[in-house]
Unconditional design. Structure first.
Length: 158
């Protein structure tokens, strides 16, 4: 049986934090605000995979009320979520991710993001897609105040 899940995450851009997306540190004057490292790509993908397996969401598995997750590496959280999904009898098989931000441009970082996400999830690199889009100057994203990510993932029962 194959199931699909949808994930979404958004974070505010703030001074004094590194910009980490898809496990990659991206040179930028601001980073994403959050309890963990705020990697919105990893968070959206985690939710998509958990949703496909009907196992809740990242906040349920790694609540921000829990001090041990403060500053956590979101790629580690993604890997732990995939282990949970595997324990429930599912294997992640495919993911499609859209990152929406005005800048910086991400194209040169996408191959490394895909490689890291593949390692964390077990999804073959050729079954992972990441696209970066702008919001054409509209809304909080268009004003450069934040980033949003949407992800769709499929899992297969084992």
């Amino acid at each position: 049986m194959i199931r699909a899940g949808i994930g979404y995450d958004s974070h505010r851009l703030v001074v004094g934090r590194p910009l980490i997306l898809g496990g990659q540190r991206i040179p930028h004057d601001r980073g994403l605000e959050g309890h963990s490292d705020a990697d919105a790509i990893a968070h959206a993908l985690t939710d998509a995979i958990l949703g496909a397996a009907a196992m809740g969401d990242i906040g349920r598995l790694f609540p921000d009320s829990e001090p041990k997750w403060k500053g956590a590496d979101s790629m580690v959280l993604l890997r732990l979520a995939c282990e949970q999904v595997a324990g429930g009898g599912f294997t992640p098989r495919q993911a499609d991710i859209t990152v929406i931000l005005e800048g910086p441009r991400l194209a040169r970082f996408i191959p490394a993001m895909i490689e890291g996400l593949s390692r964390a999830t077990g999804i073959a690199a050729d079954a992972l897609s990441i696209k970066a889009k702008t919001n054409e100057g509209m809304g909080f994203i268009g004003r450069g105040e934040g980033v949003a990510v949407m992800a769709v993932a499929t899992v297969e029962s084992t």
